[in-house]
Design a protein around this ligand. Sequence first.
Ligand code: NAD
Length: 293
Amino acid sequence: MAQVAFIGLGNMGGPMAANLVKAGHGVAGFDLSQASLAAAAQAGVDTFATLAEAVNGAEAVITMLPKGEHVVAVWENLAGLVPAGTLLIDCSTVDVESARKAHSIAQTVECVSLDAPVSGGTGGAAAGTLTFMAGGTDRAFARARPFLETMGKRIVHCGADGAGQAAKICNNMILGISMIAVGEAFALGEKLGLSHQALFDVASTSSGQCWSLTSYCPVPGPVPASPANNGYKPGFAAALMLKDLKLSQEAAAASGASTPLGAAAAALYETFENTGSGARDFSAIIEMLRGSR
Ligand code: NAD
């Protein structure tokens, strides 16, 4: 079993670190928030007041932070703290440019690095069933894999530095667009006098079938576990959906890709967040589409 440092013990990082502890690893944690540190300590993480103390003696350092600027800043600090050969894994969702910058910081001090964002949300983090999308060298992927397998059930090596973030951004652009498509279809069906169940029974077994419909249906009833049955408690908050759609649009602009529906989805989620709905599940956007919010 290894000594691992975990930096960023929030809604995702906390339960991910707890799963490393359960697997028998020694886990040292650091976070700027006292509440996050206290929760991690309850789960068996050795918590420290500084980054330097937390990474001392770590074979691998995992970061799970809000945005690219946080990851780059923390990795710049790590570069002065950890010896050559240390494995650095970033699991945050960030822009591809920041991910590549983090890799180049690691390379200047001869560390081995992987971008490995996740899908599966806080439920997947707690259950250890996350999907990891990894970008980096074969060597980095091989070294990281045992740790990622402790926290997830599907681990995909997507390509070179930044490829994990690219896959995450593309996947979540599909998700944002498809949730709006499903919401519009239910809103139209309501106007046409269709029951939710009838539309679900047809579309879930026809060409309209998609995850936003069959696993995360935005109306209560057809999929009992979806947030629509629970007052749209997240789940996956609309603010995080907007964050990922904005990342997709930055990436599209930087690479010259044409993503008109991605742009429209980002604009709709921005409007939705401005109604004060950022903390609600992203499937609640159906209320705005109906005109009821
Ligand atoms: P969070 O805000 O709950 O946790 C982030 C933690 O990082 C906080 O505890 C914060 O105090 C800490 N932090 C910030 N700057 C720091 C620094 N310099 N040093 C140490 N700690 C620092 O966020 P979260 O929901 O855990 O999300 C983390 C990442 O995972 C984000 O990039 C998010 O987009 C991504 N993500 C989240 C979900 C989800 O459902 N919550 C799903 C997939 C991916």
